[in-house]
Write a protein that binds this ligand. Structure first.
Ligand SMILES: [Ca+2]
Ligand SMILES: [Ca+2]
Ligand SMILES: [Ca+2]
Length: 299
């Protein structure tokens, strides 16, 4: 009898655990996107620029344009206040942080920001776009970055918290070794067209690490070695479509991949999304040419 009771209790206990797990799973499913702390909104005024107006950070990866006028601070500055500046971010993880002079609001059901690059058909160099709201209101991007998810989020080869460490090569024009946090290694290969140092001269340390989200290499086609093509992903990445790529603040996700509701954003970061050598074209490196608040662009 005693044994039966204990078996019964065990069964009841197990049933309760299953039910509570089921119940909490259901509750979880019904939870809306995480709502972030309310950040101050800087309203649009008659003087507001559609384009990003301030450069906060330029931290390139090694690449064939490193240490040239296409990948220096002046190049990074050239992307402000217009759509046709140009800075090369280098290989995986190279990034730029820029800001608007007002808060770009999330317009319901549509894209909010256009990011300009220099892509053309078959030559996408996708950059991951991140957004930040100035939660503490100090005008600086020292708050929390949220990735804007795109068509590749969750697919094989998509990895958040991906990190690549670059090492200063043995000689100035030697290929730059890299090692990622997934066991991968390789080189940013030097080529005969660009003979300068590929390791950014601004980096004094012999190694440095760039961290972000990496995208799948599935759209890179090496069938023709003379022209390795890279087709644009469906949506959500910069330097992918001729004329610019639009992104939606509503696609913001946090570091765990959960959707986040942001009323608006003040800063954006664009970061090269794939470590890949494109043969003669050199390493895959996102170019950033500017960005604009679509609500302020004249049609
Ligand atoms: Ca939107
Ligand atoms: Ca801030
Ligand atoms: Ca490009």
């Amino acid at each position: 009898m005693k044994k039966q009771t204990s078996t019964y209790k065990k069964a009841l206990f197990a049933a309760m655990i299953i039910f509570s797990a089921f119940w909490s799973a259901c509750k979880k499913d019904k939870q809306p996107a995480v709502v972030q702390a309310v950040a101050p909104i800087r309203p649009i005024t008659a003087q507001s620029s559609a384009y990003v107006t301030q450069l906060f950070e330029f931290n390139p990866a090694p690449g064939q344009y490193a240490n040239t006028t296409i990948a220096d601070t002046t190049a990074a500055q050239s992307t402000l206040n217009k759509s046709n500046g140009l800075v090369s971010l280098g290989a995986y993880g190279g990034y730029i942080v820029v800001g608007f002079d007002h808060t770009v609001l999330d317009a319901a059901g549509k894209a909010d920001i256009i990011v300009y690059g220099n892509a053309f058909t078959g030559f996408a160099e996708p950059g991951v776009v991140w957004v930040m709201q100035d939660t503490n209101g100090n005008g600086k991007p020292d708050d929390t970055w949220y990735e804007l998810s795109g068509s590749e989020t969750g697919k094989p080869g998509y990895i958040r918290n991906y990190a690549v460490t670059y090492t200063r090569p043995a000689c100035d024009t030697c290929s730059v070794p890299w090692k990622d946090n997934q066991g991968g290694t390789g080189f940013v290969h030097t080529n005969t067209f660009h003979k300068q140092i590929y390791y950014p001269i601004g980096i004094k340390a012999d190694t440095y690490t760039l961290t972000g989200t990496t995208l799948p290499s599935t759209n890179i086609n090496r069938t023709n070695p003379a022209f390795v093509s890279s087709t644009a992903f469906a949506f959500g990445y910069s330097d992918s479509t001729a004329g610019g790529d639009t992104v939606d603040i509503a696609n913001a996700i946090d570091k765990n991949g959960s959707k986040v509701k942001l009323k608006g954003i003040d800063f954006i970061k664009v970061q090269t999304g794939i470590e890949a050598n494109l043969g003669r074209s050199g390493e895959l490196s996102t170019e950033f040419c500017g960005a604009a608040d679509m609500s302020l662009l004249k049609n």
